[in-house]
Every structure is written in C-alpha cells, then in structure tokens.
Ligand binder design. Structure first.
Ligand SMILES: Nc1ncnc2c1ncn2[C@@H]1O[C@H](COP(=O)(O)OP(=O)(O)OP(=O)(O)O)[C@@H](O)[C@H]1O
Ligand SMILES: [Mg+2]
Length: 255
C-alpha cells in the first residue's frame, strides 16, 4: 500500500541553524499520526513544509504519489491538504460563517468574472458553500455563533472555528498545529472525539500537540523529534516506554 503522505530526508535550515534534519515518515490513508517533541524540536517547521508554506532546504514530500516541490501553496487545499496554525489566523471583523467559508475558495469552480456578474452558476455555488460551512459549524458545535463576529468569540471557540475552516475543503490530509493549546480538559476531550470522527470519515490527520492525554488516546502512531532529528517512531505504548524519548523530555524539564 502506498502512503498518502511520504516525507523523505526532509531538512530545513534557517540561516546557519538546522531546524529540521533529514526526517523521514509516512502518513497512511485515514491514519492519525502524531508529531511530538520538546519546544523548538522542529514540529511546526515540518508542518510548514508539508503544507507548502515554506520550501524544504533538502528532501522530498510526496502526497498521493505526487512530488509537491513544484506545487504552489494556493493549490494545496484543492489537492486535499489543509491545516490549522499554532497561532490563530482569524479575521476578527468577519462573521464566524465567513471565516469558515474562506477555507473553501480554492475548491470552488466559478471564476471571478462569473461571481462579479452574479451568474446562476456562481449563485448556486455560493449557496452550496454556505451549506457546507454551516454543516461544519454544526459539527464543531458553533452553529449558534455563525453570525457573530469572530473577534467576539472566546479563544477555545476560535480554535474550533479554524478546524471547521480546514474541514470545509474536505481534505484527505488535515494538518493540526497544537489544536488543544489553551483549551481546558473538557474542551480537549471534545476535540479528541471530533478528530476521531474526522478520521472515521476517511481524513488522515498529522497532529502536532503537547497534550499527552490527547496524543496517547487518539494517535495510531507517533513520530518524535528532538532538535530537528527524528529520535523515535512507534505506537503510543512504544513511545511512552522509549528511553530516548523519556530523556529528551526530561532534558526539557530541567531547563
Ligand atoms: N522563520 C524562522 N526563522 C528562523 N528560525 C526559525 C524560524 N522558524 C523556526 N525557527 C527555528 O527552528 C527551530 C524549530 O522551530 P519550530 O517552531 O519548528 O519548533 P516546534 O517544535 O514547533 O516548537 P514549539 O513546540 O515551541 O512550537 C527553532 O530553533 C526555531 O527557533
Ligand atoms: Mg511549534
């Protein structure tokens, strides 16, 4: 079976600093792969490369067997890769519904011209977009807030809004950078359940997260980075018992 995502020998330098060093891993169809590691390990940098935000310094990324090097960032959602960010990227003076609809513009077919002329095809596409965005707002429990300005929502709800935005594009691979950061225990549990539902519907997830309860509950496999290098890969149980992983995290606590 070929992997949905295959990362080979992936490296990224910032000036003289090697943030990611020769990392290999695969994400299978419908799998939840967690990418963990101490602060500064290179997790966000890997997600930024896999989502086309920054190019690798070295190495290859294949999605669905397609080499991604020459694919421009704006085509990723259409191909089936969407993401959320470690720091929220929301439009405060737009409604929650509009914020979610932003995630769909790459998947719609109507040209700017057709939209401008208010042609029937554009109108029906707009209706379809609204319906899908509403549906995802229901999924994440934000249907009551759909007409509110995003700027008026508490932090936890904005995190959910970003997930809805990533999901309206109906991705095959969802990239999440610390989705549970700043959430309380109950919110984190609800979010874990939501990710399991998303996976059940066939979307694979590459999850960067510090919340170990979430990781250990929902990850099928875990890849561990430390100072840019992969130091372990395995099931949650294998990772919990891995001496190198334990040492990397203990080293972090001592700081
Ligand atoms: N744009 C950038 N310019 C320069 N250095 C960067 C840049 N982005 C990341 N780095 C450096 O690369 C290394 C890895 O950073 P990265 O943000 O990927 O870590 P992380 O594992 O996501 O950490 P955290 O858990 O704190 O989010 C760090 O040393 C960081 O300072
Ligand atoms: Mg990060």
């Amino acid at each position: 079976m070929t992997a949905l995502l295959e990362v080979q020998n992936l490296s990224r330098d910032f000036g003289g600093v090697r943030a990611v060093n020769r990392v290999d891993f695969q994400v299978q169809q419908g799998e939840i792969l967690a990418l963990i590691g101490p602060n500064g390990a290179g997790k966000s940098t890997v997600l930024n490369m896999v989502s086309g935000v920054i190019p690798p310094s070295e190495g290859e990324i294949r999605f669905d067997n397609k080499l991604m090097a020459s694919v421009p960032g704006y085509e990723y959602a259409g191909l089936g890769i969407t993401r959320t960010f470690q720091n929220l990227q929301t439009f405060d003076d737009m409604t929650v519904l509009e914020n979610v609809m932003v995630g769909m513009h790459t998947r719609t077919r109507s040209s700017l011209f057709a939209c401008g002329m208010n042609l029937a095809s554009a109108r029906s596409e707009e209706r379809e977009m609204r319906k899908r965005a509403q549906l995802w707002l229901e999924h994440v429990g934000l249907d009551a807030e759909s007409a509110s300005l995003a700027g008026s929502l508490p932090y936890g709800k904005l995190r959910l809004m970003e997930i809805a935005r990533a999901m309206v594009a109906e991705p095959r691979l969802l990239l999440l950078d610390e989705p549970a950061a700043g959430l309380n225990h109950t919110e984190t549990l609800e979010m874990s359940r939501m990710f399991q539902d998303i996976r059940k519907n066939g979307t694979a997830i590459l999850l960067v997260e510090h919340d170990m309860d979430m990781i250990m509950t929902i990850a099928d496999r875990i890849v561990v980075l430390d100072q840019g290098t992969k130091i372990a890969e395995g099931t949650p149980r294998e990772i919990q018992e891995n001496p190198r992983v334990i040492a990397a995290y203990l080293g972090e606590d001592e700081e």
